[in-house]
Design a binder for this molecule. Structure first.
Ligand code: TRP
Ligand code: SF4
Length: 342
């Protein structure tokens, strides 16, 4: 019998992921990440971290919005259905063990591993200042996030694979160096993210002002969809359109509208029996309908920020327990100084 396989199937897998608190979440985050996290919490022990130190790696000069951003991110998560009774929701900076692990892992990580990380290189290119030591350590801090809770599975987008590869290399090196099995090797859980463009067809993001936020009202959602990009060849109402060339609106249909509604829109578009404005109105209704319960929850939760803080405090305390245990294992494996024998 394959012992490894049986041991593997016997231990429940741990999921770990994180988001930087840099602003409110938009539809792209919702369909690409959050919906998936909500599913995962039914299958695995999930650890979802608000990684405020990671936010500092690029935004150390202006921290005025950090606290609000943390609360807003928690509100978005909770509203979307992340359940603090099932999943561990915590704030990275409230678990100093992660910083300790980051330091220890940095001792064994060759500089060239981080210097050649393509995702990090992209981040450095966007910088207006010199590369800091903290930003260079970004992938190691991410590895510390994952390894401090002994994460097996890491739901991330493709852009994070390079960071995750470093985490895996660190695990191999650590376990070899200290002849131990302290860390499992974390595997990516790639989601087939339907890449949702912004309403102007550029990447959805706050810098372009083209994002629909979970916290937007129904009117705000409509105001943003109304000027959304359609088939550019369809100029007059009587021109037949081609849904496959309708870069934004029809893409959204494929994400938010059930199959029959998509087919009908495509037919009526091709025969010019539906105008783009009506098409957008129908889409807005579907999006608003899907977001309605979420938005209501968000409004309710926002009335009692103290309660949200309490959820984060409790989650962080629980995460601290988990990470303290890991750090005990790590110090022991590395034979670090200890007043009492291990
Ligand atoms: N780097 C990730 C991002 O930008 C955020 C992150 C930090 C993360 N620590 C993590 C993701 C640990 C997964 C696991 O999206
Ligand atoms: Fe796009 Fe709908 Fe207009 Fe066709 S009718 S071009 S699918 S918005």
């Amino acid at each position: 019998m394959d012992m490894n396989a049986s041991i593997e199937s016997a231990t429940p897998k741990r999921v770990m992921s994180g988001m930087r608190p840099t602003g409110r979440l938009h539809l792209g985050h919702y369909v690409g990440v959050l919906k998936n996290w909500v599913q995962l919490q039914h299958q695995y022990q999930c650890h979802f971290s608000i990684v405020d130190w990671h936010a500092l790696t690029t935004k150390y000069d202006d921290t005025s919005t950090l606290n609000d951003n943390i609360i807003n991110l928690a509100l978005d998560w909770l509203a979307a259905g992340i359940n603090p009774e099932t999943a561990l929701i915590y704030v990275q900076s409230q678990v100093p063990e992660i910083a300790e692990l980051h330091l220890l892992l940095s001792m064994i990580t060759p500089n060239k591993w981080v210097e050649t990380d393509p995702t990090l290189k992209d981040m450095v290119k966007m910088l207006h200042e010199d590369l800091t030591y903290g930003l260079l350590g970004y992938p190691i801090l991410q590895a510390a996030d994952i390894l401090s809770v002994k994460g097996d599975l890491v739901p991330v987008g493709k852009d994070q694979l390079a960071h995750l590869e470093i985490a895996r290399d660190i695990v191999t090196r650590f376990n070899n160096l200290y002849d131990t099995q302290v860390f499992p090797s974390p595997k990516p859980l790639l989601t087939e993210t339907p890449l949702l463009p912004g309403v102007d067809a550029r990447k959805m993001g706050k810098s372009y002002g083209n994002a629909i936020y979970l916290s937007d009202s129904e009117d705000e959602t409509w105001a943003k969809l109304k000027p959304g990009i359609t088939d550019p060849a369809r100029i007059k109402r009587t021109d037949p359109g081609q849904p496959e060339n309708c870069e934004v609106i029809y893409k959204y249909y494929q994400v938010f509208v059930p199959q029959e509604g998509q087919t009908l829109a495509a037919e009526e578009c091709r025969s010019a029996t539906r105008g783009c404005m009506d098409c957008k109105k129908i889409l807005a209704e579907f999006i608003n309908e899907e977001l309605k319960p979420l938005r209501q929850r968000r409004i309710e939760l926002a009335k009692d920020i103290g309660q949200v803080q309490q959820i984060l405090e409790r989650g962080s305390a629980q995460a601290k327990d988990v990470c303290s245990q890991t750090l005990q294992d790590v110090r022991k494996a590395m034979k670090l100084f200890n007043f009492k024998p291990y």
